[in-house]
Design a protein around this ligand. Structure first.
Ligand code: OXD
Ligand code: MN
Length: 589
């Protein structure tokens, strides 16, 4: 036993009584214990060790074919009142959900070992951090939690002997039965129950389940925010660093932006970009009145396909040691890994993500699953921020929202003020791409990129954002919206993206410091086209002008769609945002 905390001990006893494991192992986080667990995991065929010379400390794992992604339709928010979960979440009465799940968990760990994982979301010693305890029957979960969180006995030190403020996570792989897969959150009980999955987002309970769904609920009650945001720092030639938090829906390039490499024109002057986090930010008003952010995570659970030396060298370098790869190709010639979009040289003698022999030169099928992942320690990242472990976090100058819009949203615009900025975040949307099944170009609203991750009613969530703005007052970060994905008539992306996004971040930070002008448009402040630095690009100022163009007709259509979307939140929709919508319509004419 690693703690004297009675709340923890009692709860673990209850979970043992319910699931009836043969053995209980408390995870202290020691290297000795981890080495033994890796060996055991290899011995039972759960993970395979990769080439120690080329990929030291790295392993590969395959999930079941039916278990490759988060399952939103089987994810529940079980608050006492249905209206507290809101229309964007699946809801079930907690009593009913416990009653349904209890028999499924009863004896589920018979013949198995239960691992008790203490972990801290956020740096140990930070007032912004929070502790979770996950019990699981999966060594793969333990090994991933080791990378993604601060795992082990220090987390119990962070919790203390008396506190009851820890998130109780119960996970069992059970039979990986997709028909009985449930990812359930009980925000009022600080509890998460997950069964019948072994896939990351469903089972690494510190990540989406705690750090977003439960934490967003805690943040509302305690006066802080848990957001689906990357955090990056831009260092100028004088060595000053300014921090940006940016929210984009899944698969819009958050990891790439977080680890951006500035183009030559900036690098030569001495600009640098530092990554604090690539997926989640916890934000709190600091003693100085500004908004401060920590990344509660300790690693990256990144999408592998498309990651390469051009798109994101820093992410690729992060995976060169002590990384777990899930559902990628195993190159048998040298026992390394491969995925689509890594390079143009797929292995011929390989095993695909399903575990079958695979020849990348002749096979018509993809070798890696499109949602295959790497779990890599943040400290591996060449551009990890020196403030990554700072218990105070970093002060946020700008909040950036964005999505994937072919025509409507311009390259960048700034909100008129915080309230209008909350409106801008609330109308965020992305168009579906050909990469996903279903119709192309369908607009999916995803307010603040939190649609699948907000643990309570989204109307209340908008109200909480508005309240935070009142509390921050003049110290509130400025709010912007970007769109890297405008296309021409042939459907090609116009803006080069990746490292060149620095050119837009640069205008954003100049605005925060009062160094750049702007033009007032119907939707917000836009840069003068000349103020976006295009030196070294194959683009002229007219192209930028086009990227900044606001098509009033498209926006009028969008406004109508927003009205419909807002109506789904009923009485809980804050009047201030309805008012912003009315003002937008008026400005559009
Ligand atoms: C993720 C997601 O895995 O947002 O980070 O889906
Ligand atoms: Mn995410």
């Amino acid at each position: 036993m690693l703690t004297n905390n009675k709340n923890v001990l009692t709860w673990v006893d209850e979970m043992v009584a319910l699931t009836k494991p043969d053995k209980v192992v408390w995870i202290d986080g020691s290297e000795e214990q981890l080495i033994a667990l890796r060996e055991e995991s290899v011995a039972i065929g759960e993970i395979k060790k990769l080439n120690e010379e080329k990929l030291p400390g790295c392993y590969i794992h395959n999930t079941k074919e039916n278990d490759v992604a988060r399952v939103e339709h089987r994810t529940f928010i079980c608050s006492q009142k249905e209206e507290d979960a809101g229309p964007t979440n699946n809801w079930k009465d907690p009593k009913e959900m416990y009653a349904m799940l209890t028999p499924m968990f009863d004896g589920v760990m018979k013949g198995r070992t239960m691992y008790v994982i203490p972990y801290s979301m956020g740096p140990i010693g930070s007032k912004m951090s929070k502790v979770g305890v996950e019990v699981t029957d999966s060594i793969y979960v333990v090994l991933n939690m080791d990378i993604m969180t601060r795992m082990g006995k220090d987390a119990f030190v962070q919790l203390g002997d008396e506190s009851n403020d820890f998130v109780r996570g119960l996970h069992s792989k059970a039979d990986i039965d997709p028909e009985n897969r449930y990812i359930c959150h009980f925000p009022e009980d600080n509890t998460i129950w997950s069964i019948n999955s072994g896939y990351g987002g469903n089972v690494l309970l510190g990540k989406k389940c705690f750090a977003l769904r439960i934490a967003s609920y805690q943040g509302k009650n305690e006066g802080w925010m848990a957001e689906h945001m990357l955090i990056l720092g831009v260092e100028n030639p004088q060595g000053e660093v300014k921090y940006i938090g940016a929210a984009f829906p899944s698969a819009c390039g958050k990891t790439n932006l977080a680890m951006l490499i500035p183009p030559d024109v900036y690098a030569k002057q001495g600009y640098k970009v530092w990554c604090v986090g690539d997926d989640i930010a916890w934000l709190r008003k600091g003693d100085d009145g500004r908004l401060w952010a920590i990344n509660p995570e300790n690693g990256f659970f990144g999408v592998a396909p498309g990651t390469n030396l051009k798109s994101n060298p820093n992410a690729l370098h992060s995976t060169e040691k002590n990384t777990i790869f899930t559902n990628v190709v195993n190159n048998l010639d040298d026992n390394t890994v491969w995925w689509e979009g890594l390079d143009k040289n797929p292995p011929e003698n390989a095993i695909d993500w399903k575990g079958n022999p695979w020849n990348g030169k002749t096979s018509a099928e993809k070798g890696a699953h499109p949602n295959s992942r790497f779990t890599a320690p943040a400290i591996n990242c060449p551009c990890i921020s020196s403030e990554f472990n700072n218990p105070q976090g970093v002060p946020i100058s700008a909040i950036v929202f964005g999505g994937r819009r072919a025509k409507t949203a311009p390259l960048v615009y700034q909100s008129f003020d915080w309230t209008h900025g909350v409106f801008v975040g609330s109308i965020m949307a992305s168009e579906t791409t050909a990469a996903a099944a279903g119709a192309v170009g369908v607009v999916r609203r995803d307010p603040m990129a939190m649609l699948p991750f907000c643990g309570y009613h989204m109307g209340d969530y908008f109200a909480h954002w508005l309240k935070m703005g009142v509390s921050l007052g003049d110290n509130a970060p400025k709010i912007f919206n970007v769109n890297w994905f405008r296309t021409d008539d042939e459907g090609h992306f116009i803006w080069p993206g990746f490292g060149d996004n620095m050119r837009v971040l640069s205008w954003i930070l100049d605005r925060c410091e009062g160094k750049a002008d702007a033009v007032e448009t119907a939707i917000g402040y836009e840069p003068n086209a000349e103020d976006i630095n295009i030196e070294g690009l194959d683009i002229d100022v007219d192209v930028i002008r086009g990227l900044l163009d606001v098509d009033a007709d498209l926006w009028k259509q969008d406004a109508a769609a927003i009205k419909e979307f807002y109506s789904t939140f009923g009485d809980k929709m804050p009047a201030a945002l309805l008012d912003e919508l009315a003002k937008l319509e008026k400005r559009l004419g």
